[in-house]
Design a protein around this ligand. Structure first.
Ligand code: UDP
Ligand code: MG
Length: 159
């Protein structure tokens, strides 16, 4: 999996609260209008096994069981977005975990009020993004194509 330059990748999950609230399009639009490239997308149900891996850093927290139940309460949309320094760019677009304190203009700042039901997941570091993209997508499910808008989204020396 290539992670160099504009081929850096990150994992985004549209969480069950956003699916129930009809926010899929709004969320996808945020990343599209930023100039990011969608290279993988699918709707899927998460199970305890993948959630234990995905949220391993929270396994000893009192809210871990309810977090797993929340993430299993409906399908999620898994997406892989590509771009230059996309991991940090997407974290900024999403906003901080506690949605009611997230900056206005960010996805969580604009669409959510909860620390738990905060509409999106996004990888937090490049190393975690590598692991997370591989956790949710096979190589076959990741597309490689030319996006013509890159000529305008990036300067020549950035693409
Ligand atoms: N979470 C929660 N209660 C908390 C902290 C986190 O329910 O006190 C949930 C929330 O859905 C959050 C996820 O666990 O998005 C992962 O937590 P993390 O600290 O990794 O935050 P994120 O990277 O999603 O901002
Ligand atoms: Mg996290």
């Amino acid at each position: 999996m290539i992670f160099d330059g504009v081929r850096e990748k990150t994992l985004v999950l549209v969480k069950p609260d956003a699916i129930q609230r009809g926010l899929i399009g709004e969320i996808v639009a945020r990343f599209e209008r930023k100039g990011l490239k969608l290279v993988g997308i699918k709707m899927m149900n998460l199970n305890d096994e993948v959630l234990k891996e995905h949220y391993a850093h929270l396994a000893d927290k009192p809210f871990f069981a309810s977090l797993k139940n929340f993430m299993k309460s409906s399908p999620v949309i898994a997406m892989c977005w590509e771009g230059l320094e996309v991991v940090s760019a997407v974290r900024l677009l999403c906003g901080i975990t506690k949605a009611r304190a997230a900056e206005a203009g960010s996805i969580r700042g604009d669409f959510a009020m909860s620390v738990s039901c905060n509409v999106v997941h996004a990888s937090d570091t490049v190393d975690n993004a590598k692991r997370e993209v591989a956790r949710f997508f096979t190589e076959d499910e990741l597309q490689d194509y030319r996006k013509s808008e890159y000529e305008h989204v990036y300067a020549e020396d950035e693409r």
